[in-house]
Write a protein that binds this ligand. Structure first.
Ligand SMILES: *[C@@H]1O[C@H](CO)[C@@H](O)[C@H](O)[C@H]1NC(C)=O
Ligand SMILES: *[C@@H]1O[C@H](CO)[C@@H](O)[C@H](O)[C@H]1NC(C)=O
Ligand SMILES: *[C@@H]1O[C@H](CO)[C@@H](O)[C@H](O)[C@H]1NC(C)=O
Ligand SMILES: *[C@@H]1O[C@H](CO)[C@@H](O)[C@H](O)[C@H]1NC(C)=O
Ligand SMILES: *[C@@H]1O[C@H](CO)[C@@H](O)[C@H](O)[C@H]1NC(C)=O
Ligand SMILES: *[C@@H]1O[C@H](CO)[C@@H](O)[C@H](O)[C@H]1NC(C)=O
Ligand SMILES: *[C@@H]1O[C@H](CO)[C@@H](O)[C@H](O)[C@H]1NC(C)=O
Ligand SMILES: [Zn+2]
Length: 480
């Protein structure tokens, strides 16, 4: 590029730094009078010259090595074993050694214990449970048990991340607990993914604590995940993120459409647990797209949609699919940031269906409809997300933007963490209509930063940067 054009560009940038983008094609009559503005019509938005374009965090060598050992054959073997229990319905037998949810629970726990055995005491396996009394989908009291593998964080154990799949299954009638309910995709796929991550993570030392859970009772009303989320909340546990994997086994939809390199993430908007006044402020400042769940979704997209996982991530800005629910909801209800991973095109003939052939069509959640290579790639997305969360500093706390005076600049403040692995902080931003962060500015070890862009025109976030290069999910500032 000729130097003259380059410097012309820089001049424009400065002149237009805080102006809104005008339409590229102005009506001729307006354009004639708007000549002094038309230069800005071609200016970058957001204005360039402040910060740099965001470079997504890439997996380091340690993470790449972990991603490389995710094994589709093991995932297949796990799903096959889970299907072999006939039914894993929450109301099914818990005493038969071969059939029913009790046998499945015991097998998952024994596998997890084998992994824990390799962890030099860092991973412990527990099977906490409780008796659920009679309710609409529970005709008689039943024991609900979760299988949890917990890896104690090496330097920040009080900060916790949770990942789950549900190991219970169902057929057409949600109360039918005797018919075969293979649940190969819903949700042996998610359970197998979590177990594969437990196997790989058992010998690793993440900074923060990771809980890998196979939960029960999902199909009856999210009972297992509710119990887990409440237990964590009741002990004031700082859960900074929860990943729910439910129906992550097939990339082929019911019109035969294939999308084997995409995983959806469902991300809730304004948290329902916020106080009315916080929600009112959130809506007033245009913060409805920057809930903790949305920031978690953006984070997953940044660290896990890349050549190493081989996956694209489709962020869906809603709590869940229409008429459906999932275990992330249990965590959202306790005020925790939680998101749901689900395949891109569901085939409803293969979900919650009695196994049968009707009018030449095979119904049922069978092994033959699961693509193990696909589930392995989704596992990579989850491992990249979970590992990056657990090795980054925690979310930045008490982030505010100064709104006490009118001005062109944006001035931020936050509480500095005393995490000794911290390298500093970074301001990120994007135009209000953009889905993902577009720009970043490293500001070092500070608890304030001023950016010469208007808070009125951009969405900002503050994130913490570790000495290891890992960065936390961003936190959107609220007015001071
Ligand atoms: C352009 O400017 C002239 C002179 O100031 C004014 O008469 C005219 O109405 C303006 N046209 C438009 C479209 O604003
Ligand atoms: C755990 O490891 C020890 C020593 O390697 C072995 O003897 C034991 O059988 C293992 N236990 C399980 C549950 O795999
Ligand atoms: C958590 O605490 C609430 C309120 O005290 C209680 O209703 C609930 O049963 C507790 N849940 C668990 C799993 O401890
Ligand atoms: C199968 O065909 C019969 C007769 O046409 C029809 O009544 C029934 O609804 C069909 N079943 C399904 C699942 O489409
Ligand atoms: C940080 O935020 C919490 C929760 O809103 C509040 O209770 C606390 O006082 C704040 N701390 C500071 C130093 O502002
Ligand atoms: C806004 O920016 C302009 C141009 O840089 C400057 O002249 C003006 O003083 C600024 N206003 C405030 C309130 O800072
Ligand atoms: C700093 O460390 C102390 C002791 O570990 C802890 O109690 C405190 O909460 C920490 N402060 C912050 C802001 O993280
Ligand atoms: Zn499910």
């Amino acid at each position: 590029m000729p130097l003259s054009i380059l410097s012309f560009g820089l001049l424009l940038t400065a002149a237009c730094a805080n102006q809104l983008l005008l339409p590229k094609a102005l009506p001729p009559s307006v354009a004639a009078n708007a000549s002094s503005y038309t230069d800005c019509a071609n200016a970058a938005w957001p204005p360039s010259g402040v910060g740099v374009e965001l470079v997504p965090q890439a997996p380091d060598d340690e993470l790449k090595a972990m991603l490389a050992v995710i094994d589709p054959a093991r995932i297949e073997a796990t799903i096959k074993k889970l299907v072999s229990f006939g039914t894993r319905h929450t109301l099914s037998t818990q005493t038969d050694p071969k059939r029913g949810i009790g046998a499945a629970r015991d097998w998952i726990a024994s596998e997890m214990r084998k992994y824990a055995n390799e962890s030099e005491g860092m991973m412990t396996v527990t099977v906490p449970g409780y008796t659920q009394g009679v309710a609409s989908r529970i005709p008689f009291p039943v024991k609900i048990s979760n299988v949890l593998a917990t890896i104690e964080g090496s330097s920040d154990p009080a900060r916790v991340y949770v990942i789950t799949g549900h190991y219970d299954s169902r057929v057409t009638d949600v109360l039918d607990y005797t018919s075969d309910a293979p649940g190969a995709n819903d949700d042996a796929s998610g359970t197998a993914l979590v177990m594969e991550l437990a196997r790989i993570l058992a010998s690793k030392k993440p900074k923060a604590t990771i809980i890998l859970g196979a939960v029960a009772g999902e199909e009856q009303n999210l009972y297992g995940s509710t119990f887990l989320a409440q237990t964590l909340k009741n002990s004031s546990t700082n859960v900074e993120g929860m990943l729910n994997n439910d129906i992550v086994g097939s990339s082929t939809g019911d019109r035969g459409q294939k999308d084997p390199f995409t995983i959806r993430i469902f991300c809730q908007g304004p948290p329902l647990t916020e106080s009315a006044s916080v929600t009112a402020t959130r809506l007033q400042i245009g913060g409805e797209n920057d809930s903790p769940a949305r920031e978690l979704g953006r984070f997953s997209n940044e660290v896990a949609a890349n050549d190493v996982t081989g996956m694209n991530i489709a962020i869906i800005n809603r709590l869940d699919r229409y008429l459906r629910g999932g275990d992330h909801s249990s965590f959202l209800q306790q005020g925790y940031a939680a998101i749901r991973y689900t395949e891109p095109n569901e085939n409803f003939n293969h979900q919650h269906q009695n196994i049968r052939i009707e009018n030449g069509t095979q119904y049922g959640d069978l092994m033959e409809f699961v693509d193990f290579e696909y589930t392995a790639r989704v596992a990579k997305v989850n491992l990249a997300t979970l590992w990056s969360l657990a090795n980054a500093p925690g979310r930045v706390r008490n982030v505010t933007v100064d709104t006490t005076t009118l001005g062109n600049d944006s001035k931020f403040k936050w509480i500095m963490s005393n995490d000794t692995d911290l390298a500093g902080y970074e301001v990120v931003w994007r135009p209000t209509t953009a889905p993902l962060w577009t720009h970043m500015l490293f500001v070092g070890m500070a608890n304030t930063a001023t950016v010469s862009l208007s808070k009125d025109n951009m969405i900002f976030g503050i994130r913490a940067v570790g000495k290891n290069g890992y960065k936390s999910p961003a936190t959107m500032p609220f007015p001071s």
